[in-house]
Write a protein that binds this ligand. Structure first.
Ligand code: NAP
Length: 462
C-alpha cells in the first residue's frame, strides 16, 4: 500500500511541475491549471487512504462540499478581487501549517510523552514562525485590499527595530522550546510572536506594493507547507510546498524588477505615503479634452494604433469593447496592437487574462521590451484605464516615488488618447504629467461606456 501511495505522490508531483510549466504561457495556462488540480486530487486521495480516517464515500462527500465552495467562489469573485482572494488562500495555508505544527508538538510531548528529535523540532519551529507570519500577514493584506482597513501604509518610529527584537526573541524562545520541550508556555510565546510579526511586517506596506507582498506571502505559505511536510514526513507536501515557495519568490522578484524596487525597499514600507513628492509640486496640469465623435474620426484616419490597457479597463470590464474597436480598426487596415506592461492592473498577467477572455489573439499582446521602441512611429496610443505604467515621471522626476520604474513610452506617440473617468490618480497615488502633454487628449468617462460610443460612431462611418 505504502508503495502505491508513494507512486501516487510521485505522479502528483510530476503533474504539479508540468502544471507550473504550462502556466508560463497564456495559451497553455488553462491546461496547466487542470493538470495541477488533478495532481492535487491524486495527492489528497492518496493521503486520506494512508490515514484510514474515512471511507471512500465520506471522502467523496467531503470533496464534493469543498469543491462546491471552491466553485462558488471561483465563479463569484471578480477579476479585480483576485489579489485579495489569493491573500486569503495564503492565510489559510499559513494557518493550516501552524495548526499541524501545534497539534504535532502537543501530541508528541503531551499525549505520547516522547522526545522530539532535532529535525522535527526545527520543522515545528519553522512551521510556527512562517505559518504564523503568513496567517496574520495575509489577513492584514486581505483587509487592506478589500477596503475593510485603510490601504495606506502605517508606520511608526522604531518599527523595524521592534521587528528585529521580536525575531531575536523568537529565536531565543525557540532554543528554550527545543531544550525544554515539555513546557507548553514556550510554544505559546512562539505562536504569539509569529502572529504579531505577521501584522507588523504588513501594516507599513500599502498602495502599489500590496501585490508584491501577497506574492511574497504566497511564497511563505509554500515554505510553511514544506516545513509541515517534514513534520508529517509527507513527500508530496514537501514537493508542493517547495514549488509554491520557489515560484512565489520568483514572481516577487519579477514584480520588484518591473517597478525598479528592491524587495527590501518594498518590505521596509511607506511607499506612496508621501505622494506629493515631485509630480504634484510642479505647476498644475492643463489638459485638453476630446469627445467621442472626434475620437472616432482620429481612429478612422490613423494607420497605426497601440492600446495600453490598465487597471481601469478591468474595473470598467472594457475588454470586449476593445475587441470591437480592434475589429473596426483592422477593417480599415490599421495596424492594431496592445502594449502590456508587466505590472499593469493588480496582478501579473491581469491584462492578458482579460483580453484573452474577450478572444483577442495572444499575438496581438506585445510585451513592454518588444514594443517600447515602436511608440514613436505610432499614430494613436489609446490609454485605457492605465495611469502609473505610462507616467513619464518615472523617467524624468527623481523625486517621484515611481522614479526608475520602466514605463511604456506612450508619450512618444503622435497622439495619445486617455480614457478614464476623471483626473483620479493611479495606485501609486501620484499625478501623471502625461495628461498635460501637448499630444495628449483626455476622453473622460467610464472606459466601457465611452469606447462603446466611439465604436458605435466608427460603425456608422463605415
Ligand atoms: P493605475 O495606475 O492603478 O491607474 C488606474 C486608472 O484607472 C486610475 O487612474 C483610474 O482613473 C482609472 N479607472 C478606474 N476605473 C475606471 C473606469 N471604470 N473607466 C476608466 N478608467 C478607470 O493602473 P495601471 O497603470 O494599470 O498601474 C498598475 C499599478 O499597480 C502600478 O502602480 C503598479 O506598480 C501596481 N502594481 C501592479 C502589480 C501587478 O502585478 N499588476 C503588482 C504590483 C504593483 P479615474 O479614477 O480617473 O477613472
Amino acid at each position: 500500500m505504502s508503495n502505491i501511495v508513494q507512486i501516487a505522490y510521485l505522479i502528483a508531483s510530476v503533474l504539479f511541475v508540468l502544471g507550473i510549466k504550462f502556466l508560463g504561457k497564456t495559451k497553455d495556462a488553462r491546461r496547466g491549471n487542470m493538470l495541477s488540480a488533478v495532481g492535487m486530487l491524486i495527492a489528497i486521495v492518496a493521503t486520506l487512504t494512508t490515514l484510514e480516517i474515512m471511507s471512500f464515500v465520506e471522502m467523496f462527500a467531503c470533496m464534493l462540499v469543498g469543491g462546491a465552495i471552491g466553485l462558488y467562489y471561483a465563479k463569484k469573485v471578480e477579476m479585480t478581487q483576485i489579489p485579495e482572494m489569493v491573500a486569503l488562500f495564503n492565510g489559510f495555508g499559513g494557518m493550516a501549517s501552524l495548526g499541524v505544527a501545534l497539534s504535532d508538538h502537543f501530541f508528541k510531548t503531551q499525549v505520547q510523552g516522547v522526545e522530539i528529535d532535532t529535525v522535527n523540532s526545527v520543522s515545528i519551529i519553522a512551521s510556527v514562525l512562517i505559518g504564523g507570519v503568513t496567517f496574520t500577514g495575509s489577513v492584514v493584506a486581505w483587509l487592506k485590499l478589500n477596503g475593510k482597513v485603510s490601504g495606506q501604509p502605517i508606520t511608526f518610529s522604531g518599527q523595524h527595530l521592534l521587528n528585529l527584537l521580536l525575531l531575536l526573541t523568537f529565536l531565543g524562545v525557540a532554543v528554550m522550546t527545543y531544550l525544554f520541550q515539555i513546557e507548553p508556555i514556550y510554544i505559546t510565546i512562539l505562536v504569539a510572536i509569529a502572529l504579531l510579526v505577521g501584522v507588523l511586517i504588513v501594516i507599513p506596506i500599502g498602495g502599489a506594493d500590496m501585490p508584491v507582498v501577497i506574492s511574497l506571502l504566497n511564497s511563505y505559505s509554500g515554505m510553511a507547507a514544506c516545513a509541515t511536510g517534514f513534520i508529517l514526513n509527507n513527500n508530496v507536501l514537501i514537493v508542493a510546498g517547495s514549488l509554491v515557495g520557489a515560484s512565489g519568490i520568483i514572481l516577487t522578484q519579477i514584480m520588484c524588477k518591473a517597478m525598479n524596487r528592491s524587495l527590501m525597499n518594498v518590505l521596509l514600507g511607506g511607499f506612496g505615503q508621501t505622494t506629493s513628492a515631485g509630480a504634484q509640486d510642479g505647476p498644475s496640469i492643463v489638459i485638453k479634452e476630446i469627445g467621442v465623435e472626434e475620437s472616432a474620426m482620429l481612429f478612422d484616419s490613423a494607420s497605426s494604433v497601440i492600446v495600453v490597457p490598465g487597471y481601469g479597463m478591468a474595473v470598467a470590464q472594457a475588454q470586449h469593447v476593445m475587441r470591437e474597436l480592434m475589429e473596426q480598426c483592422e477593417k480599415r487596415n490599421i495596424d492594431f496592437r496592445f502594449a502590456i506592461h508587466p505590472v499593469a492592473g493588480r496582478m501579473p498577467g491581469h491584462m492578458n487574462v482579460l483580453l484573452a477572455e474577450a478572444n483577442i489573439s495572444y499575438d496581438k499582446l506585445i510585451e513592454m521590451e518588444s514594443i517600447n521602441d515602436d511608440f514613436a512611429n505610432t499614430d494613436i496610443v489609446l490609454v485605457v484605464g492605465a495611469n502609473d505604467v505610462v507616467n513619464p515621471a518615472a523617467r524624468t522626476n527623481p523625486q517621484s516615488p515611481i522614479y526608475g520604474m520602466p514605463i511604456l513610452n506612450a508619450d512618444k506617440a503622435r497622439t495619445v488618447i486617455v480614457s478614464k473617468r476623471s483626473m483620479g490618480k493611479g495606485y501609486a497615488g501620484i499625478e501623471n504629467e502625461l495628461f498635460g502633454y501637448p499630444n495628449c487628449l483626455m476622453l473622460f468617462g467610464d472606459a466601457k461606456q465611452t469606447l462603446t460610443k466611439v465604436v458605435g460612431e466608427m460603425k456608422e462611418m463605415s
